[in-house]
Design a binder for this molecule. Structure first.
Ligand code: NAD
Length: 344
């Protein structure tokens, strides 16, 4: 593998701007080409980030460029075709969430990656936030004892529809858009889950899917967790895009407060930890913690490629997260508890 990995970005839309900034922050990566079906977006990205070549066809780009990886920050309905192209050229992929419209689609892509023997990682960035890296370290220290309960809460009233207008039309909306991050975080913090109960709500009028949901998970290691998330919460100050919550164990409690302040109460007393941002030149509030996490996610992908190991949020690993999503939608439709391992 070359000293500087040569990558390309397919899709230069709203969130891809963070990806492009992130790659520019990694010294051992060079983005040599960008591609968007909308040529003006690809050209704009190339000019802004000093990228040599512009394509409007991923097929033409993959046929021409010698790439160490492609980054695909497009929306999910394009993922299966674009990953198939990359796999056909033996090029590793980092793919923005949501993985696919349903679990079967995720399984097909994992099988295709395996058949081509090509690495596939899902860009699932919440677990790579500085905040949740610190939470994970506290849990690993054993200070809270055996985990018994967790709540992860993400509620906002921001106008998500102006930056991401396609969200008005999607039937699987809130769990797919935000719930998926919390399902991955729940696995990261509390381990695998074997039971899912979910209630969805559509609060805003005129949208196709749910804009609020509450999920209860039972975890194999004994904890119960509750994930609640909403785009229809009128609150001041609006915490967007922060995840708030609490984690209880047999020896103590950790509160995930606003503005990245953790309060840890254990046997030896109570302390507060203010988790800092990275101090990057291009990040801005309220997005900073997400933007920082994009770079950490990319770093993890590159390190995994270089070491030849499976990334933490590989396509294969992410099947467990998407099985929880599928179980949540089924639970909401049926009003019953679903065991994700029995989805078939
Ligand atoms: P977007 O529509 O702004 O951008 C997608 C771009 O891909 C568009 O410019 C489009 O022209 C291009 N495109 C589509 N098909 C293509 C193809 N076949 N070849 C080349 N280019 C193609 O979308 P967005 O709002 O940036 O969202 C992209 C994804 O990012 C979504 O799935 C969203 O859920 C995710 N997202 C993640 C986070 C996070 O925190 N991880 C935050 C926001 C959005």
């Amino acid at each position: 593998m070359t000293a500087r990995l040569k990558g390309a970005v397919i899709g230069c839309g709203f969130f891809a701007q963070n990806h492009l900034h992130g790659w520019a922050d990694l010294d051992d990566v060079e983005i040599v080409a960008v591609c968007d079906v909308d040529e003006s977006k690809a050209k704009l990205a190339a000019e802004k980030f000093g990228i040599a070549r512009v394509y409007t066809s991923a097929e033409a780009m993959l046929a021409t460029e010698a790439l160490d990886f492609v980054d695909i920050p497009t929306t999910m309905e394009t993922h299966e075709a674009l990953t198939a192209l990359a796999f056909a050229h033996g090029v590793p992929v980092i793919l923005q969430k949501p993985f696919a419209p349903d679990l079967d689609g995720c399984k097909r892509m994992v099988a295709a990656a395996a058949a081509a023997n090509v690495p596939l990682m899902i860009h699932e960035d919440f677990r790579f936030q500085n905040l949740f890296r610190t939470v994970r370290e506290i849990l690993d220290s054993g200070e809270l004892g055996r985990l018994t309960f967790g709540r992860l809460s993400w509620r906002t009233g921001i106008d998500v529809y102006s930056n991401q207008p396609y969200l008005v039309h999607v039937k699987r909306f809130m769990i797919m858009d935000v719930g998926i991050h919390l399902l991955d975080l729940a696995r990261f913090l509390f381990g695998e889950a074997n039971g899912v109960f979910c209630r969805t709500q559509q609060i805003k009028e005129g949208i196709a899917g749910e804009d609020a949901a509450t999920i209860l998970l039972s975890h194999e290691q004994g904890a119960t967790s509750i994930l609640d998330f909403s785009y229809a919460t009128k609150r001041e100050p609006d915490p967007f895009p922060q995840t708030l919550g609490e984690i209880e164990g047999t020896e103590g409690t950790l509160i995930i407060g606003a503005d990245r302040v953790l309060t840890v109460h254990g046997k030896d007393g109570t302390r507060r930890i203010a988790v800092p941002h990275d101090d990057r030149s291009w990040t801005s509030e309220p997005w900073t913690q997400i933007q920082d996490s994009v770079v950490h996610t990319q770093r993890h992908f590159v390190d995994s490629l270089r070491r030849g190991v499976e990334p933490d949020t590989s396509g294969r690993d992410s099947l467990a997260t998407y099985a929880l999503l599928e179980a949540a939608y089924l639970s909401a439709a049926r009003g019953t508890l679903i065991h994700p391992d029995r989805l078939g």
